[in-house]
Write a new protein. Structure first.
Length: 305
């Protein structure tokens, strides 16, 4: 009987595993009781994720709001070709608490907090996270919050718009033994109550070809940390019409390296440098029309052209 029971248990596990598809679907007229197939889609991302195998993909069939979702494994959520959205109130739209080797991709979706959602994307743990062609708006705490307490996370934000956040748009704040490598490219961060990027500690970032405008704080704001643990490389960006263009220092000695940027018409200072922090210009920055300081800590030639 024990042998038969063991065989039966294994069979149940195998059936359960096989029930998870590598590709599932959601639709505004779907039902989470469905298998999430192309012809019988689910209603929400949360309903579909339990029926999607690790490393699989959830695709949206039509324009709809598909609710918030907690991600605990490698997965891709893709709304390409539709107006797929995650509309939430009082919570985060996407919570990522996956394994340290897992990859999570959010592509072509809109995250809408309707003025009461907390975070657009709240990243607690993963291996890599890609946020690609995503619009994030109207959240209270952040557009993207990265708060791992251990291990390294690599986060890439491409072609993404973050606006009307009642705090900082992007918060990079690993704690404990957590570290972060952050890439922001071709993105638009505007009209947020505080800064476009608030890089607190334990982070090295590459911020390229992006615009930071009309934010109530700085376009890019570094605080805490040391020059070896909190570095932002800001290249070919526009930081304009914010309270501050670039801000380095709020305790500690963080480092901003800047090249090829337009830092213009910010209302308090163009380059705000506090205490032991530094902003090093590597040439070709246009820093003009700001109400206050436009002089970097130092200048340095690029390594090569």
């Amino acid at each position: 009987m024990k042998t038969f029971g063991a065989v039966l248990f294994s069979a149940v596990i195998a059936v359960s595993a096989s029930a998870q598809a590598t590709r599932t679907w959601v639709s505004g007229v779907g039902d989470d009781a469905n298998p999430c197939s192309r012809t019988a889609p689910c209603k929400t991302f949360a309903g579909a994720i339990s029926k999607t195998a690790a490393g699989g993909e959830i695709d949206a069939l039509d324009p709809a709001g598909f609710g918030g979702v907690t991600i605990t494994k490698s997965i891709t959520i893709d709304g390409t070709g539709t107006l797929a959205s995650l509309l939430v109130s009082g919570t985060s739209a996407v919570i990522i608490n996956a394994g340290t080797g897992d990859r999570v991709v959010l592509r072509n979706v809109q995250l809408q907090g309707i003025g009461s959602g907390t975070n657009g994307v709240n990243i607690l743990q993963a291996g890599t996270v890609d946020i690609d062609h995503v619009e994030i708006a109207n959240f209270l705490s952040s557009g993207v919050n990265i708060a791992n307490t251990s291990n390294l996370i690599k986060v890439a934000i491409y072609d993404t718009t973050i606006h009307h956040i009642s705090n900082h748009a992007i918060i990079a704040n690993p704690t404990g033994t957590g570290t972060l490598r952050l890439q922001i490219d071709r993105s638009h961060i505007a009209k947020n109550t505080f800064s476009g990027v608030n890089q607190v500690n334990n982070t090295i970032s590459s911020i390229t070809r992006s615009t930071f405008t009309l934010n109530g704080g700085a376009g890019v704001f570094l605080q805490n940390g040391t020059a070896s643990t909190n570095i932002a490389n800001v290249f070919d960006c526009v930081s304009s019409l914010n309270e501050y263009g670039l801000w380095s220092g709020n305790g500690g000695s963080p480092l901003i390296r800047a090249a090829g940027n337009q830092i213009v018409n910010n209302f308090t200072t163009g380059l705000n440098i506090v205490g032991a922090a530094t902003i090093v210009s590597h040439g070709n920055n246009v820093v003009i029309g700001n109400a206050g300081n436009e002089v970097p800590s130092s200048t340095a030639s690029p390594a090569f052209r």
